[in-house]
Design a protein around this ligand. Sequence first.
Ligand SMILES: CC(C)(COP(=O)(O)OP(=O)(O)OC[C@H]1O[C@@H](n2cnc3c(N)ncnc32)[C@H](O)[C@@H]1OP(=O)(O)O)[C@@H](O)C(=O)NCCC(=O)NCCS
Length: 159
Amino acid sequence: MNIRPATKDDVQFLKKMLYEAARWNPDWPREPIEEVLADPVLVRYHQGWGREGDGGVVAEVEGAPVGAAWYRLFTAEDPGYGFVDDKIPELSIAVVPLHRRKGIGEALLRSCMVQAREEGFQALSLSVAVHNRSRMMYQKAGFEKVDESGGNWTMVANL
Ligand SMILES: CC(C)(COP(=O)(O)OP(=O)(O)OC[C@H]1O[C@@H](n2cnc3c(N)ncnc32)[C@H](O)[C@@H]1OP(=O)(O)O)[C@@H](O)C(=O)NCCC(=O)NCCS
């Protein structure tokens, strides 16, 4: 497994991973990807990806992308789910179902935190459902709960 920085050319793969993150619960229906990604709330996470302030990493196995962790800045006027302030980018993460539970998610998370720090950010935030077991991974990596609403935690890690 190889981890490399994400570029503008990864936008289609990041959109696939955004779909996986938005539909993380296997008990939920899997509507067509185009339908889910067209939701205005999710459009904010992928539109024009690669702009100033965007960053992230992609994991590859035998040259094929299998997961990604990436971040984007939001504003108070147009916040993401895990918005804290306009200087703290919000993280998204997913691994393709076939490659989960092999340590790739944790490796992506840690690489993404290093990259964000190197880009000059002091913290990363995220939003996670209380029932999503990935919460354990975030806590292990240093994320702490700063807010809770509607069954979701907003978490922040100081970098
Ligand atoms: C969350 C996700 C990215 C984790 O990637 P992964 O490669 O499976 O994670 P890892 O193998 O590195 O596991 C890291 C830790 O996460 C936790 N974890 C992740 N998924 C879990 C699950 N289904 N059950 C229990 N623990 C889980 C565990 O603490 C695990 O550590 P452990 O294996 O030492 O117990 C991946 O499961 C995924 O894509 N899920 C769907 C999308 C999603 O939920 N995104 C996050 C939205 S906030």
